[in-house]
Design a protein around this ligand. Sequence first.
Ligand SMILES: Cc1cc2nc3c(=O)[nH]c(=O)nc-3n(C[C@H](O)[C@H](O)[C@H](O)COP(=O)(O)OP(=O)(O)OC[C@H]3O[C@@H](n4cnc5c(N)ncnc54)[C@H](O)[C@@H]3O)c2cc1C
Length: 459
Amino acid sequence: MSPYDVLILGGGITGAGILRDCALRGLKACLIEKGDPAQGTTANSSHLIHGGLRYLLYDRLTTHATSWDSGHIVRIARPLLTRLPILWPVYSWHTHGLETIHTLMKAYSPFQKMKYGLPPLRLTCEETLRLVPGLTAENLKGGLVFDEWVINPTLLVRQNLEAASQMGAEVLTRTETEESLIQSGRLEGMRVKKESGESVEIKAKLTVNATGPWVNAVARNWGLFIPLKLRKGTHLVYDVSALRSQFSDSPVGMLLEAADQERYIFIIPAGEKILVGPTDIPCHENPDRLRPDPDEIRYLIQSTQKYLKLPEDFQNTLCGARPIIDKTGNEKLLSREYEIFDHEALEGLKGAITIAGGKMSSYRMMAEDLVDLLCRKLGKSASCTTYRKTLPGEEIRDIPQVSLPNPLLKNFLMNHPRLREIHALAYLGAGFVKHILTRTFTQEPPPPDLWQYYHDLKR
Ligand SMILES: Cc1cc2nc3c(=O)[nH]c(=O)nc-3n(C[C@H](O)[C@H](O)[C@H](O)COP(=O)(O)OP(=O)(O)OC[C@H]3O[C@@H](n4cnc5c(N)ncnc54)[C@H](O)[C@@H]3O)c2cc1C
């Protein structure tokens, strides 16, 4: 008899979400994390629970699905989240003008509603500078404000793990995997070395590889390969006081076109810190030894200094590797979708499953899909309830009925990056025409007062 139904490798947000889902469905589960919870990509992320405004340019259905799951995350983890107003200042030298960005934000509005976001607010130059007096005024055309949620990702992981532990799941941190226990084409679990130095066999009917950027290191030991592309992302971390004088009130978030006009950089106030980043470059390093390149640091400072007086002496950096499913095509069109690899169906290795890709903002949905598969394999009929209980375990009553993207279309577009981009641009093109016609021929409702809007956003 296997002592566990499920053994999960990896204590980032993906593994933690899966553990909680397993525990809520009555599966006997154990999670192994080689270091501390969240220490990998999760803690080094931009700390946002968001739908991904940028993906509307080439991957609309991922924005849709991620916004949908972000709504669930807001309900289950509300005390961990802070609403963040984000200003996008627009300059005459920018790639996109005010109308295009306004169109993009209007296109985001239906998805914003799924996660309790407010409609965007368009600002004049004067209003933009009232909000951020430290901003460069030369060539400023105006600004747009939208909102996202900031979270402490480590707490999100810990609370998922704690919730699962309280329901009987086991969590072993600082535990290294030593050997995969493969017998007659079946993965039966792992031999692991505990923090105490003791080496033990942990057997399970199913083993899930949820190790983010390390999925291939684990899969190699199973004789398998996962098509994954790692992209490195670095943030500079400042104490909030370093930028305090640039803002009229408490710091707002900002989205800035970078110096190379290829990318965008966030300024994200998160508790007592401000994150400036991230970069997005190919990552060829071992994820255990990630370090920011001097070029990345220069890029972030030079880009931000075009807008704000950013000191060069930051406190520290966050550096993580995005685990992105590698589909052939343009690097810029790589989807943030996730994929589940059932190694029994794919390569004939029974008992082994990998989950890769995705976002922190869709972790609950990723876990639901994966645990549905585990239940089918285990012959259990329990359905997912992770969205019906807060992390501390209280029932959630008002769950709006919101539809998900059509799964057939989503799968098809996932495998056709060019068509996925055309699908996204067709929506934006139609939105642009509608926006221009509305602004030209109809009286748009008067915008809300800036400070009232800003006040509502901060609630
Ligand atoms: C710069 C950057 C910014 C981002 N910003 C956002 C954002 O704002 N919002 C958002 O939604 N998403 C964001 N993402 C994406 C998001 O962070 C990731 O999709 C998510 O954190 C991945 O979580 P994970 O659990 O899969 O991987 P990880 O967090 O990396 O967790 C994997 C864990 O597995 C452990 N591990 C590795 N090997 C083993 C082993 N053999 N045995 C046991 N444990 C092992 C590691 O120690 C690690 O803790 C960002 C990513 C990056 C890089």
